[in-house]
Design a protein around this ligand. Structure first.
Ligand code: M6R
Length: 609
């Protein structure tokens, strides 16, 4: 997804911006560009493809300047190309704009600019409309021109703007797309994401919706829609810059897989007191409020949706409240029944996924209470929720989500147990049993990660497959979906997950000699049923990799290969079961020579519909 970096100060804007853009590469992009002040003019350079293409293009050119803006683009309006790459300029080239998000009324604005100002457009983008609008309103006051342009714009966006005639400032606006200001010494920054600035600053302002920012070398002002200055507390970033680097692993994905015991430990232990009672920081839901809740929706996209599927199991089992799980892009358009007795749980790593945000707003407008499970502190989903429960996974850089998923699961269990205690629907003994199982997970996960080499060996024998099925029952169904998504998104193998009991209702027709089936059989109470399902697919020629608990050895007689997870209660198997599937997907993708951290066509944070 698009990234913005802007700099003004004593340093060399070009180098600082390009470095910042590189730290946003994980968001996914198809072109990159930069605009800097130079001798009273603006110089814009942009190139399709990787940032290195842009660097090659400007190599040897003197673009040293104390102020500039840069961008990585992920195409929405108009194909990836040099022309469509950002920054975009006004007709006279004296205004340059970078933009994340979408201008919904850009067609109307384009027509208005053509008819009233004879503007000829060079690109197919909505962003050029912003640059041209600001250009026609500009009469020596950039801030005023930006306000006038923004007044006409509809949509969700963040923009950064510079003007050739005002080399002392950058103006930026946030409306429904992330924007931050970095506060340095004799320099200030704008950016779409914190990692872009970590090398230079720790103090930031989180910009709110409909706010405009003016940064100069020595000041950073935030203004509201009425152009009045608003005060903002400084947010101190505590992440270590190294946390956003690979730390010796070949890929961020593998590093993040290995960070899961720590992420789980942090997410869990920070919420338990000395008696193992749950203290849900950020959640103020009382017993009286919970008693009124008669329906829970868990709404999310992709991997976060899969975490929701496991959340349903946990909440219904422990708290005895009916839960519906929905993908956000469906929820927002299906007019679901929601009222003030509904609890809406949004799950999102980035907290910026547009569909999740829109579904949240839809539920909020109908009176639901909004609780979110989010990884990125201060993100839009977090800010718009009544209660926020943070996963403590740390920054997740690889597009394929791993540690965010397992920490989301921990949050789901904690929320479910918390509700169960409030409602009195769980006995003390059972609560203690489940809590002990959860607390044992970080260590069991460490143990499981030691099997990485064995799983790599399995990958070596399977990486040429072109079609894979994942099957499971109970909470293994959600994990099968997640295992399948992991495999397809990074290895591009056609992979499909289905509840094992559904096989014979159609899908089994596709099983033939040599089809790879990954059978999750981690649930004790459904184990025998799964063994029967394995027999069914084996009888039709499938090659089966089974996944089971260490003590359940009968599976060896059925499956061709078996991966064991440490023994644990059925209630918590999803957190362990997903990890071998992540590792298997990783090594299969590696053996197939895929771009693991940045799979084709995918972005880390999907801030468009
Ligand atoms: O940031 P979010 O959790 O809201 O993102 C939702 C999905 O786009 C995301 O989980 C996606 O499916 C994963 N990157 C896949 O690994």
């Amino acid at each position: 997804m698009c990234g913005i970096v802007g700099y003004i100060g004593d340093g060399n804007a070009k180098d600082i911006i390009i470095d910042g853009l590189k730290r946003l590469e994980y968001r996914g992009y198809d072109s990159a560009g930069i605009a800097v002040h130079k001798d009273g003019n603006l110089v814009v350079r942009k190139h399709i493809g990787r940032i290195s293409n842009l660097e090659d293009m400007i190599q040897g050119e003197n673009l040293d300047s104390p102020v500039g803006i840069g961008h990585t683009r992920w195409a929405t309006h108009g194909a990836p190309s040099d022309i469509n790459a950002h920054p975009h300029s006004s007709r006279d080239g004296r205004i340059a704009v970078v933009h994340n998000g979408i201008i919904e009324n850009y067609v109307k604005l384009k027509q208005w600019l053509r008819e009233n100002h004879n503007i000829e457009f060079k690109s197919e983008t909505d962003t050029e409309v912003i640059a041209q609008l600001i250009g026609v309103f500009y009469d020596g006051d950039l801030l005023d021109a930006v306000y006038k342009a923004v007044d006409m714009m509809e949509g969700a966006y963040a923009i950064g703007v510079i003007a050739a005639d005002e080399p002392d400032k950058i103006v930026a606006v946030r409306r429904d797309a992330p924007l931050i200001v970095g506060l340095g010494n004799n320099c200030n920054f704008i950016a779409s994401d914190i990692p872009a600035l970590l090398k230079h600053v720790r103090k930031i302002y989180l910009i709110e919706n409909n706010e405009t920012v003016v940064i100069t070398k020595n000041s950073a002002k935030i203004l509201n829609e009425e152009r009045k200055e608003v005060k903002r507390d400084v947010f101190n970033v505590t992440w270590d810059a190294d946390a956003a680097e690979k730390e010796g692993y070949d890929h961020f994905m593998l590093k993040e897989i290995h960070e899961q015991p720590k992420g789980i430990y942090e997410t869990l232990m920070r919420r338990l007191d000395e008696n193992d009672s749950i203290k849900l920081d950020g959640i103020t839901l009382t017993k009286e409020e919970l008693d009124k809740i008669n329906k829970i929706y868990i709404v999310a996209c992709g991997t976060a949706y899969h975490a929701g599927l496991v959340g349903k199991y946990a909440i219904e089992k422990f708290a005895k409240i009916p839960v519906e799980v929905d993908v956000a892009s469906e929820f927002r358009y299906r007019d679901p029944f929601v009222d003030e007795n509904t609890l809406f749980i949004a799950v999102s790593q980035s907290g910026e996924t547009l569909d999740t945000l829109a579904a949240l707003r839809e539920a909020k407008s109908k009176g639901a209470r909004i609780l979110s499970v989010v990884n990125v502190v201060g993100s839009s989903v977090a800010r718009e929720s009544d209660d926020v429960f943070y996963t403590w996974a740390g920054p997740e850089i690889a597009v394929a989500s791993t540690k965010a998923y397992t920490t989301q699961l921990i949050c789901m269990y904690l929320i479910a147990l918390y509700m169960a205690v409030l409602k009195g629907s769980i006995t003390e003994d059972y609560y203690k049993f489940v809590m002990d199982e959860l607390k044992a997970l970080p260590e069991k996960l460490e143990e499981l990660l030691k099997k990485e080499k064995d799983i790599e060996e399995i990958a070596k024998s399977q990486y040429k497959r072109e079609c894979v099925f994942f099957i499971g029952r109970g909470s293994d169904v959600g994990v099968s979906y997640e295992g399948s998504l992991k495999l397809k998104e990074i290895s591009y193998i056609n992979s499909f997950a289905i509840a094992a009991g559904e096989l014979k209702h159609g899908t089994i027709a596709l099983i033939e000699q040599g089809t790879l089936v990954i059978a999750l059989a981690t649930q004790d109470k459904l184990y025998d049923k799964m063994l029967s399902n394995i027999q069914e697919v084996k009888a039709r020629g499938a090659y089966v990799i089974g996944l089971a608990k260490e003590s359940n050895k009968e599976i060896e007689a059925q499956a061709n290969d078996v991966i064991y997870i440490p023994d644990c209660a059925d209630e918590v198997t999803p957190i362990l079961a997903v990890v071998p599937l992540q590792i298997l997907a990783y090594y299969i993708a590696k053996l197939r020579g895929c771009d693991i951290d940045k799979p084709k066509n995918l972005a880390k944070s999907v801030t468009v519909e």
